[in-house]
Design a protein around this ligand. Structure first.
Ligand SMILES: Cc1cc2nc3c(=O)[nH]c(=O)nc-3n(C[C@H](O)[C@H](O)[C@H](O)COP(=O)(O)OP(=O)(O)OC[C@H]3O[C@@H](n4cnc5c(N)ncnc54)[C@H](O)[C@@H]3O)c2cc1C
Length: 520
């Protein structure tokens, strides 16, 4: 008899959601985590100065409290709490104005009207249509396996043409102000991974305009969510173990029968579910010899993200102020810095694609302590700047490795990012910045093994790799050609984010295949 019903490779948000939901159905589940701490990228560390807590890999969450995993695992009982800031995003402009997106539609319209009365009216009309449309589909689209051959979002006939366009084409068709256009485009890259010229991803611009997927901060920091997921798993009789890197998936007669750890220990199970990447799972842990060569070729062609993120964590002695007329940008969850038109946006992404280190711009800045005072000492704050960069910065002709290049660039580039931000957050003096801790894409790749290129999503969010195409049409239902082997990571629908959605969706498939029943 197998040691376990289900072994889960990786205890990040997706692995923990899947493990918890299957344990709740009576399965004997073991989640194996390579790192010292479970939670994956849901990390919060005191990395700068004692008392300042930094969400190391981003700080914005989808509003998790409304999701099926939150309900099914009763995460409220496990102290997972989220705050949805009323000011969701702001684009401060060089001329001192700012475009500010509130959860309150009329407040947003007032802000947009400062650059275009017509765009404000368009936004009001669009929001009235799009909000109910997307809100009614959000959970069933993200928290269910993608329907093969169906578009991701069901749109009425007059909106359907937008879906086949690029996000840039959509915003240019809808709005006249380049600043309004840029403000929408800049909200798509982080955390959704969708770039302005991705054909067939126009519906993501509509989703952003709908306001149906507001972003939140986790009270207590991102790692609090991980701790809640761990408690929920253990409460349901599931187990997890840390410092257990899985090296190999054991295959017998075309079926996955367990895993081998890096120390040679073998564990057997009826099913193995991997939250690791596509090629890491199928090519490294399973091995091409167990797969159809045509599939191996398609896995090798799966495209990774086109950009990585360079993060700078700051401990601040006071909150940043953007010096704009009504001060609303000061309270924004995401402040979008330094790109004010679609052309400027395109220039940034052209440089990133060419492997050039961009002059810092297109940054997303979050100050979580504005919304959760516990994350810094009274009156003080923590901030994170996320700057899109290429992973493999073009080498000078010196034969240096990516690691060496980032090591050489780290501190100077962090200083340039902070300087670029302070051209907008003008109240901050040198003495207000108590510490700054950069995290290069290479640091991310080394610490978090799934993110081989320090990227957001373990796979590009282009239309040919989204929805029922993610990661490949034949793998989109979370099953693989090996009986008993499943995928539940960010390379699966719905892609990047701490949604736990891929874990939830895969759990449904595994439960069906194992004959589990709700309630155990
Ligand atoms: C720089 C950056 C910033 C981001 N910012 C945000 C943000 O602000 N908001 C947001 O919603 N999303 C953000 N994301 C995306 C988000 O972090 C991921 O989509 C999310 O973490 C995916 O969860 P997961 O459980 O699939 O993977 P992970 O969180 O990566 O967890 C996977 C776990 O599996 C473990 N593992 C992998 N391989 C093995 C193995 N062989 N054996 C054992 N264990 C293994 C890993 O150690 C890890 O703990 C960001 C990503 C990056 C890189």
């Amino acid at each position: 008899m197998a040691d376990w019903d289900v072994i889960v490779i990786g205890a990040g948000s997706n692995g923990l959601v899947l493990a918890g939901e299957l344990a709740a159905q009576g399965a004997r589940v073991l989640a194996l985590e390579a790192r010292l701490e479970a939670g994956g990228l849901l990390t919060t560390e005191e990395c700068s100065v004692p008392g300042y807590w930094h969400n190391m890999l981003g700080a914005v969450h989808n509003a998790f409290a409304a999701t099926p995993p939150y309900q099914q695992l009763d995460l409220a009982r496990e102290y997972a709490r989220f705050a949805v800031p009323p000011v969701q995003a702001a684009l401060p402009l060089r001329d001192g104005r700012a475009l500010v997106f509130h959860t309150d539609v009329e407040a947003t319209c007032r802000s947009l009207a400062t650059v275009s009365a017509r765009d404000a009216q368009t936004y009001r009309a669009l929001h009235a249509r799009l909000h109910p449309l997307f809100a009614s589909q959000l959970v069933e689209t993200l928290y269910a396996p993608p329907a093969p051959g169906r578009p991701l979002w069901e749109l009425p006939a007059d909106l359907q043409p937008y879906a086949s366009l690029t996000p840039r084409q959509v915003v240019e068709a809808l709005f006249e102000s380049p600043q309004v256009q840029a403000a929408v485009l800049q909200q798509l890259a982080v955390p959704w991974g969708v770039l302005p010229d991705y054909a067939g991803m126009g519906s993501m611009a509509l989703l952003a305009l709908s306001g149906a997927a507001p972003l939140a901060v986790a009270l207590g920091g991102a790692h609090t969510t991980a701790q809640a997921l761990i408690r929920a798993l253990v409460r349901r009789g599931g187990r997890y173990q840390v410092l257990k890197p899985v090296q190999r998936v054991l295959v017998e007669d075309g079926a996955a029968v367990g895993v081998e750890l890096s120390d040679g220990t073998r564990l057997y199970s009826r099913a193995v579910v991997s939250s690791s990447g596509l090629s890491q799972t199928l090519l490294e842990m399973v091995g091409a010899e167990h797969l159809d060569p045509a599939l191996v070729e398609r896995v090798q062609r799966f495209q990774l993200d086109e950009f990585a993120l360079f993060a700078v964590h700051l401990a601040l002695a006071r909150p940043p102020r953007y010096d704009t007329a009504d001060g609303a940008a000061d309270a924004a969850l995401r402040v979008l810095v330094g790109v004010e038109t679609p052309d400027e946006c395109a220039d940034l992404w052209r440089e990133v694609r060419a492997g050039l280190l961009p002059e810092p711009r297109g940054m997303v800045v979050t100050v979580p302590s504005l919304f959760d005072a516990r994350q810094a000492p009274p009156g003080h704050h923590t901030a994170v700047l996320l700057q899109p960069v290429p992973y493999a910065v073009t080498a000078p002709p010196d034969g240096s490795t990516v690691a060496e290049r980032w090591e050489a660039l780290r501190d100077a580039y962090a200083a340039r990012c902070v300087a670029a931000w302070r051209r907008y957050a003008r109240n901050l003096t040198d003495s207000d910045i108590l510490a700054q801790v950069p995290l290069t894409p290479h640091d991310i790749a080394v610490r978090y093994r799934n993110y081989a290129r320090g990227a957001l999503g373990m796979g590009r969010m282009s239309a040919d790799q989204a929805g029922g195409n993610r990661p490949l049409p034949e793998l989109a239902q979370y099953r693989t050609p090996l009986r008993g082997l499943y995928l539940c990571g960010t390379c699966m629908h719905p892609g990047p984010g701490w949604l736990g959605a891929a874990g939830h969706n895969a759990a449904q498939i595994v439960a069906r295949d194992l004959g589990l029943r709700p309630g155990g």
